[in-house]
Write a protein that binds this ligand. Sequence first.
Ligand code: ADP
Ligand code: MG
Length: 380
Amino acid sequence: MIDLHLDGLTRRYGSTVALDDLTLDIGGGTITALLGPSGCGKTTALKLIAGLLDPTQGRVRFDSEDVTDVAAERRGAVMVFQDHRLFPYLTAGDNVAFGLRMRGVPRRERRREAQAVLERVGLDGLAERRPAELSGGQRQRVALARALVLRPKVLLLDEPLANLDAHLREGMRELILDIQRERELTTVVVTHDQEEAVVLAEDIALLFDGRLHQHGAPRTFFEHPATERTARFFGATNLVAGRRQGELVETALGPLRVPDGAPSGADVWVTVRPERLTVAGARGDDRQQVRGRVISSAFLGNRTRATVEVAGARLTIDVSDDALADVGPGTVLTLGLPEEALWSVPRDAPDETWGPEELAAVDGDPDPGVHRDHEPEGRP
Ligand code: ADP
Ligand code: MG
């Protein structure tokens, strides 16, 4: 199993900085997602790891070996492109065997190995078809087989699920995970889709504008986002404006005890995932409580979601039990804000480089302390 070390990797195209000083360690045999909106440098990073592109600055190491100047075909890393890049006039079998042919593997052995890998990806019986005679999902599998037949130690996948219909994604995801485990491959998956990153990867590296914003386990991006942009990219819906003063954050909801997240004196958003808010009384003695009025509620099958207006701010709460069964517009609720469920991030000015999904998430009044017509109760 090969550990990957990216050390200050930078790639410029003229005045465009496609990747800016990326330093990242990727554990051997793990699967890491490079995540971020279109144009943030993901494919560039993958090509630099593969050796298909030279960095402007920085080094790539596989374990302790510096491979920055090692040719792509000698690195032991194989990249599967988003658009497959299969040879249209070769059969699936010959597409898969092609790399072995380049390596001088005899014909009989090439066929046997290509056949075995095609079977492994669930395409036995389709070796004689040309790409045009295969579905998009099948072509994606041929591309994966073509990489696997080379027995790489590092597998680099560029948007492997992006061109697949929803019902094909699950199968492809399982296949990638199974093969990755079976072969103990160090795998880097590029995706712009946070859900895909979360279901595929043990670790996520989030890039914006060519720069690494946060690296860690998927859960940390939901619970402890480092920046506002990260919080919004991961779908944070509850953002309450405030100012941190030591351990407390002053907000329209009152002072809240919020662990860590931003320096004292900073303008922050207090964030809390909808499923981490509680209906006070239902789950005992949360010390931080606020009272608010239900604006809307909806039963979503496995949970109920309500939007509650509290002191001019809107909080969304999800519960999976029947604590919200009887609420409707106008119901007054006491919500618990457990300290360990709260987090704060420094407040940014919206940025012209934000993507539509981030801008769409911007709402509410960033000015704390207004519309404060009822006093919250049960404050710390
Ligand atoms: P992603 O894969 O995250 O969508 P890319 O790595 O493809 O992003 O591109 C990152 C940035 O570098 C983009 O601004 C893109 O336009 C630019 N870029 C990528 N390849 C080239 C190239 N060959 N020439 C000029 N600019 C490029
Ligand atoms: Mg790309």
